[in-house]
Ligand binder design. Structure first.
Ligand SMILES: [Fe+2]
Length: 245
């Protein structure tokens, strides 16, 4: 088997735009998953973990510290226990805009949102000053308005994978992912809806703490979209609503 290549596949947003963005002529519900397992060895409550495991394990929990009989209890869950994935909350929306800078200025100057990150005048991400996900709302360059996607937080990378599988089984196999974004850091799977926009399963997005101002930055094109994942679909940044207008 050839060695795995972990070099990031840089595919910038603007580059994708250039490939065909414009049409030629487009309490919160809990995920019904098994109870989330602890994220660190310190939190593992399974009876096979010793106190030393919980205190010392740098991962979650360290596999070598678990007898094989323990694996099904605390490292994965049975296929028979899988239930429908439902999102925890709406994380953000990404809107198309003919003027990303003007849209950002309106929401920051008049509504009080703050810039999280941007890439030139092509894409900008805004968060709430009271604390929010890395972006509540974002704008991407197009020749007119439109909805690119809504993003829905799920509780684990398993939920992203299960949601992907369940949507494919339901007939919604068009989309992009699983992958990981650079700006926001979240793992993603985009499911294309019947109208050409996307619903995103999102897990582990950065959170902007209001007590620690976020150092907004202007990032190069190659850092604007994703670190790893499948090739970007050719119509991923197509504004399908322009076809309707
Ligand atoms: Fe998103």
């Amino acid at each position: 088997m050839p060695p795995l290549d972990f070099r990031p596949r840089w595919r910038g947003y603007a580059r994708a735009m250039a490939r065909g963005s414009e049409p030629q002529g487009k309490g919160p519900a809990r995920a019904s998953l098994p109870t989330a397992r602890p994220k660190a060895g310190r939190g593992c409550e399974c009876p096979r973990c010793s106190d030393a495991d919980r205190a010392a394990s740098p991962s979650t929990p360290a596999p070598q510290n678990h007898a094989p009989v323990c694996n099904n209890e605390c490292r994965s869950f049975g296929r028979s226990k899988i239930q429908q994935v439902h999102p925890l909350y709406l994380s953000h929306i990404l809107l198309f805009s003919a003027d990303v800078d003007a849209a950002s200025a309106f929401y920051t100057d008049f509504l009080g949102l703050r810039l999280s990150d941007k890439s030139g005048s092509v894409i900008a991400f805004l968060h709430s000053p009271h604390g929010s996900d890395h972006h509540l709302i974002a704008f991407a360059k197009s020749s007119g308005p439109g909805l690119h996607h809504s993003a829905w937080c799920v509780p684990s990378i398993d939920a992203v994978g299960l949601g992907t599988q369940q949507m494919i089984e339901a007939g919604y196999d068009r989309g992009w992912g699983i992958g990981r974004h650079v700006l926001g850091s979240n793992y993603f799977r985009y499911v294309q809806d019947p109208w050409g926009s996307y619903a995103e399963y999102s897990y582990d997005i950065d959170f902007v703490d209001p007590r620690a101002p976020w150092p907004a930055a202007d990032h190069p094109d190659e850092d604007s979209l994703y670190v790893w994942g499948p090739e970007v679909p050719t119509d991923f940044v197509t504004n399908h609503e322009l076809r309707i207008a």
